[in-house]
Design a protein around this ligand. Structure first.
Ligand SMILES: Nc1ncnc2c1ncn2[C@@H]1O[C@H](COP(=O)(O)OP(=O)(O)OP(=O)(O)O)[C@@H](O)[C@H]1O
Ligand SMILES: Cc1ncc(COP(=O)(O)O)c(N)n1
Length: 266
């Protein structure tokens, strides 16, 4: 069994962050490991407040995992402040997991910032270089490239610009488009399109967290980057289609716990 480590903030309502990551990783037949970066009071209606875990405690969590268990892939989500980013970057450089998928979480669905403005540059300089895959949504990609993105051509250009910042590959997610939900992957050589129908739904809380965790699990399982992304997108699409009506706001997607048994994944 492959072991996939989620480095993320919490969501007590179970839709995003570490909870979404764990559910996704388990549904892919992998063993889920955790390191918490921030304790977040949030639900389907939004983020109320949060407290960052001290960097020394993030380092201690990472040491505890890496010194004990082989880690086959890492997914990094909410990192909020420069000190959090620096300690994670240092530990990734120290332990060198085979795959690192970075979801540059900046703003929650409800509009609350989860990344301090002063942390944007540090994320760009310290976490993007060396990432196997960076998975910004359109607003996050706009912040990184400092220009508006409205067409598929703009998404392609942005993906190439972000790759030039040091990520081996970049997936720009199209969930914020209304025309369709096409995602574009730049693998360092060429762009691949992952077309998708836009579903009108409130069950989209944690789609980005689930997508990046699914890609990390798929890479750990031995899939190629394009196959890992394709399967992950299908997983999230189906999760939105079958989203349970939980909570009064943007509810979680469905997680397919029987997937491993159904398709007989290793
Ligand atoms: N309404 C939707 N219909 C179809 N696919 C969607 C929809 N919303 C998101 N997706 C898909 O879900 C994945 C995550 O994309 P999205 O752009 O929502 O990321 P995100 O904004 O980082 O997610 P999060 O809500 O966790 O912040 C992508 O593959 C995207 O195409
Ligand atoms: C801990 C944590 N990580 C990520 C998100 C982004 O997810 P969303 O945009 O769906 O709110 C979140 N709300 N909370």
């Amino acid at each position: 069994m492959k072991h996939v480590l989620s480095i993320a903030g919490t969501d007590p309502s179970g839709g995003a962050g570490a909870a979404a990551d764990c559910k996704t990783i388990c549904a892919h037949g992998c063993f889920a490991l955790n390191t918490i970066t921030a304790v977040v009071a949030q639900n389907t209606q939004g983020v109320r407040e949060y407290m960052d875990v001290p960097p020394s405690l993030i380092a201690a969590q990472l040491d505890a995992v890496f010194e004990d268990i082989p880690v086959h892939a890492v997914k990094i989500g909410m990192v909020s402040v420069p000190e959090t980013i620096r300690v994670i970057a240092a530990k990734i450089a120290q332990y060198k997991p085979p795959f690192t998928v970075v979801d540059p979480v900046m703003v929650a669905t409800g509009g609350q910032r989860l990344l301090a403005p002063e942390a944007e540059r540090v994320l760009q300089e310290e976490l993007i270089p060396g990432a196997t895959l960076l998975t910004p949504n359109i607003p996050e990609a706009e912040v990184l490239v400092r220009r508006p993105i409205s067409t598929l051509d703009d998404m392609e250009t942005a993906a190439r610009m972000i790759a030039a910042m040091g990520a081996k590959a970049v997936l720009i997610k199209g969930g914020h488009r209304i025309e369709d939900a096409t995602d574009i992957l730049y693998d360092g050589t060429q762009c691949h399109y992952f077309p998708g129908k836009h579903i009108e739904s409130t069950g989209t809380h944690g789609t980005g967290c689930s997508l990046s965790s699914a890609v990390a699990a798929n890479l750990a399982r031995g899939l190629s980057l394009t196959a890992a992304v394709k399967e992950a997108k299908t997983y999230v699409f189906r999760g939105i289609c079958h989203a349970p009506a939980i909570g009064k706001g943007h509810g979680p997607i469905h997680h397919f716990y029987d997937l491993y048994h159904t398709v007989g994944w290793e």
